[in-house]
Design a protein around this ligand. Structure first.
Ligand SMILES: *Cc1c(COP(=O)(O)O)cnc(C)c1O
Ligand code: SF4
Length: 523
């Protein structure tokens, strides 16, 4: 007899329940009977588990709804036991048909109900730029016509920058904003700069005043009217050398430029960024690099700005070369939002530079995408190309009111970027230091709920870490350890709130040093 001829309790339960039914076959639905007969004969003839599962499911359904036992359909207990045995013998892991029908399938079904609301709403409430592509293409051709850009200008980074939208007049012609809004933008831009590349402006749906890309790119009156004093930027306490910011002993950043292709309304570096484009002197880079050369604790160098992709290719190549030549620098990162705002920048020459440096020591690209709407077929293609040349492409999103502060929007963002070759890395709580964007801040409890809700519902590697920046990055994750009960910990499942016991290793056991090979030590 076969080794797996015993049934588990689930299968015995199913069989007992089925055969406790009635075997009266009068008034049977003939199509039901023939369906059962067909499933039975397929279960017998084919070497597949699916038919057997379907047959047991159907028989269970009939038993529960009309009380009929398999005998009413001419099936004996022996025959069904034979099929149950066949099922677990076919299955690579000897899973029983009872386990599958009464446990696994209902559990999967129930888990599915946790994401139903999301599947219904995601494309409606948080459409990606891929889903909106036809409308974006319309926007692009309209903007292109208004600005009078040639194909070549549209498709080049220099063309996108040359035609960047910086004036009220151009903004007014491109977006259908209320007259008063345009006037207010005028008031704000006396203090803060506005710049949108024509490509990025095309991601804005022109009729929607709550458009999440509009909110990120076009400044509103709050920026100058919000009460409060700007707390001196973190850089003041954390810049040990020219162009350098350093919070941690082993990670340093070089703020290699103050330029960006577009300026964000929520920019953390608003004090340095977007006032006036500045080309830094080569001595500045030299001093920054020599600071890094001198401190052999520094192993990870992040080149940011502004936006590191604003640097000309030669400059970027030179900085990467210099970093690769420092023995203690083992990994590098480039911070850039340009693949999202101006993907035309990502050309072969740049990709070759990335690959060359990555071949020497790992290079990662760290980007900022805040909404699924910012991922279009064009930016996705840019990330696909980049991801082939570097060791990782990671996203640092900022949690922003009205932009991505709901479960559906953040889940959709994380899934969409993952599908675009980008790994969700951080979600930052919007900084408290700048009154300029205090109207965009979201309470920590809300952010925690959003990030926590992802566990068990989307891929683990699409879940970002939730972070407050306050002189370094402070994790805001909710603790899932509720309390200790004796030697058990009580953990809470993020997706259901259910508490589970989790035995910790006994402290005496952990203290033991005479384990593994140590116990053979000859004394
Ligand atoms: C964000 C940041 C880093 C990098 O932090 P990680 O947690 O390693 O990603 C390093 N230095 C400064 C100044 C930063 O702002
Ligand atoms: S890309 Fe970064 S540095 Fe540039 S404006 Fe946006 S947030 Fe600021």
């Amino acid at each position: 007899m076969d080794k797996f001829d015993n049934f588990d309790i689930f299968t015995i339960e199913v069989l007992d329940s089925l055969f406790s039914g009635l075997d009266d076959d009068s008034g049977l639905d003939p199509s039901l009977a023939s369906n059962i007969e067909m499933l039975f004969s397929r279960s017998v003839s084919d070497n597949l588990t699916g038919n057997i599962v379907e047959l047991f499911q159907l028989l269970t359904k009939v038993r529960n709804s009309s009380g009929l036992s398999p005998l009413a359909f001419g099936l004996s207990r022996k025959e069904l036991e034979g099929l149950a045995l066949k099922h677990q013998n076919i299955d690579e892991h000897q899973v029983s048909v009872g386990g599958r029908v009464n446990r696994a399938l209902p559990i999967v079904e129930q888990a599915g109900s946790r994401v139903e609301w999301y599947l219904k709403q995601k494309d409606l409430l948080a459409p990606s730029g891929i889903e909106l592509w036809e409308r974006i293409v319309d926007n692009h051709s309209r903007i292109r016509k208004i600005l009078g850009m040639s194909d070549q200008e549209w498709n080049s980074f220099s063309g996108q920058l040359k035609f960047a939208i910086e004036s009220l007049d151009t903004l007014g012609r491109i977006l259908r904003l209320p007259q008063r809004a345009i006037q207010e933008v005028g008031r704000v831009t006396q203090s803060y700069r506005m710049r949108l590349t024509p490509y990025y402006a095309g991601l804005i749906m022109p009729e929607a005043l709550d458009d999440p890309v509009l909110l990120q790119a076009v400044p509103t009156s709050e920026m100058v009217d919000n009460a409060g004093i700007e707390i001196p930027p973190v850089a003041a306490d954390h810049s040990p050398a020219r162009l350098i910011d350093q919070f941690y002993p082993r990670v340093a950043t070089i703020k290699a430029t103050n330029m960006c292709a577009m300026y964000c309304t929520h920019c953390l570096r608003i004090a340095h960024i977007g006032k006036k484009d500045r080309i830094y002197k080569s001595q500045a880079y030299e001093e920054a690099l020599s600071y890094i050369r001198k401190d052999n604790r520094i192993r990870d160098v992040l080149v940011t700005g502004g936006d590191s992709f604003m640097l000309p290719n030669e400059m970027l190549a030179r900085i990467l070369n210099e970093l690769d030549a420092i023995d203690h620098v083992r990994v590098k990162r480039l911070g850039t939002r340009i693949p999202v705002t101006t993907p035309q920048r990502v050309n072969q020459e740049l990709l070759d530079i990335l690959e060359r440096s990555n071949d020497i020591k790992p290079l990662r690209v760290v980007t900022q995408i805040n909404t699924a709407q910012e991922i279009t077929p064009v930016s996705r293609e840019a990330f696909r190309q980049i991801s082939k040349r570097v060791s990782a492409v990671m996203n640092q999103a900022v949690l922003l009111k009205g932009i991505n502060d709901s479960r559906v929007k953040m889940w959709k963002l994380c899934e969409t970027i993952q599908e675009a070759y980008v790994r969700p890395y951080y979600v930052f709580n919007c900084s408290y230091r700048n009154p300029q964007f205090s109207h965009l801040r979201v309470p920590v409890e809300r952010g925690r709920d959003i990030v926590e809700s992802m566990y068990g519902n989307i891929s683990g590697d699409a879940i970002p870490r939730y972070i407050a920046t306050a002189g370094g990055k402070i994790p805001l994750h909710r603790s899932n350890v509720l309390r200790a009960e004796g030697s058990d910990l009580i953990l809470i499942k993020p997706w259901s709130g259910e508490e589970v016991k989790y035995p910790d290793p006994a402290p005496e056991e952990y203290e033991r040093r005479d384990f593994a090979f140590e116990k053979y030590q000859e004394k």
